[in-house]
Design a binder for this molecule. Structure first.
Ligand SMILES: NC(=O)c1ccc[n+]([C@@H]2O[C@H](COP(=O)([O-])OP(=O)(O)OC[C@H]3O[C@@H](n4cnc5c(N)ncnc54)[C@H](OP(=O)(O)O)[C@@H]3O)[C@@H](O)[C@H]2O)c1
Length: 271
């Protein structure tokens, strides 16, 4: 089922940077109203000024919220209700990673990551879905990752959050069959954003350039897949082919390969 974004009200989390900011730039041309959410209000306001030049009739609300805290999400929902905003499309994009051996991770960062990547998207969907179903129109775009499709050592908790996002998205999509409300899971491989510097503050992650795509390319694939009502979108030709081929590799073989990679990394960085 196609998802018509024109004339709709769209809430985008993580709109201050990277993939989220690029998705906003695309949907700003079609939407009636946009709610931009992230912690950095100054960046949201800069984006607001930019997109109002693209579409002067657009209504834009910038809401600074820390999605790792339920009280902050409740304030966001309260602001929507005070402004009489009904969200047709929810883009659950905000997230962060942590590329570190689990035992050496900072627990506060891990907890913040799990709350932002897992709890917040489910809570927002839980609170906004009823309105979509009542109006018989809407959709949820959940930003997962190819890290939710295969084991990656030193990324275990992050991978766990994205495996969760995958199970959640695919199951909710089935649950909503026949309702006119769709769910799309976006599974990017490496994308050039601020994500790497936040995830890799303990390890200098060198992503091979041939697999990395730009945030605008990722956002274009995401929004066109969401509009087409696709269940899962893997942006970029090399990741698409790579993940297709991974379907033919038995999990024990992947684990063996990743385990050997992990031994090299542990010797180089952590012994
Ligand atoms: N880049 C990649 O290689 C890659 C690959 C696969 C999947 N992804 C996923 O893509 C999504 C977007 O990441 P990105 O690559 O665009 O990274 P990014 O440039 O670092 O953007 C992350 C966004 O999330 C927001 N955010 C983080 N923690 C938040 C919190 N506690 N409360 C509210 N907002 C928060 C940030 O805003 P503030 O800091 O202003 O709050 C920012 O707007 C994430 O879910 C990530 O897991 C990224």
């Amino acid at each position: 089922m196609r998802n018509d974004l024109s004339g709709s009200t769209i809430l985008v989390t993580g709109a201050s940077s990277g993939i989220g900011r690029e998705m906003v730039r695309i949907v700003a041309r079609k939407a009636k109203a946009l709610v931009l959410v992230a912690r950095r209000q100054d960046r949201l306001e800069a984006l607001q000024s930019e997109i109002l030049t693209l579409n002067p009739g657009l209504r834009v609300l910038c809401i600074s919220a820390d999605l790792s805290k339920q009280a902050s999400i409740d304030q966001l929902l309260q602001a929507l209700s005070s402004e009489k905003i009904e969200v047709d499309h929810l883009i659950n994009n905000a997230g962060l990673g942590d590329f570190t051996p689990l035992e050496k991770s900072n627990w506060n960062k891990l907890e913040q990551m799990i709350s932002t990547n897992v709890v917040a998207p489910v809570y927002l969907a839980h609170r906004l879905l009823e309105g979509m179903l009542r109006r018989g129109r809407g959709g949820i775009l959940n930003v997962g990752s190819t890290a939710g499709m295969l084991p990656i050592p030193y990324f275990s908790a992050y991978c766990g959050t994205k495996y969760f996002m995958s199970g959640f998205s695919q199951s909710l999509r089935c649950e909503l069959a026949g309702t006119n409300v769709t769910v799309t899971e976006l599974c990017p491989g490496p994308v050039a954003t601020e994500f790497e510097s936040i995830a890799g503050e303990n390890i200098d992650v060198q992503v091979p350039k041939w697999v990395e795509i730009s945030a605008p390319d990722c956002a274009r694939a995401a929004i066109s897949g969401f509009e087409a009502g696709r269940a899962r979108v893997i942006p970029g030709a090399s990741m698409k082919v790579g993940m297709f081929l991974m379907n033919f590799v038995p999990l024990p073989v992947t684990r063996l390969f990743q385990g050997n990679f992990a031994k090299v990394v542990r010797r180089k960085y952590f012994s």
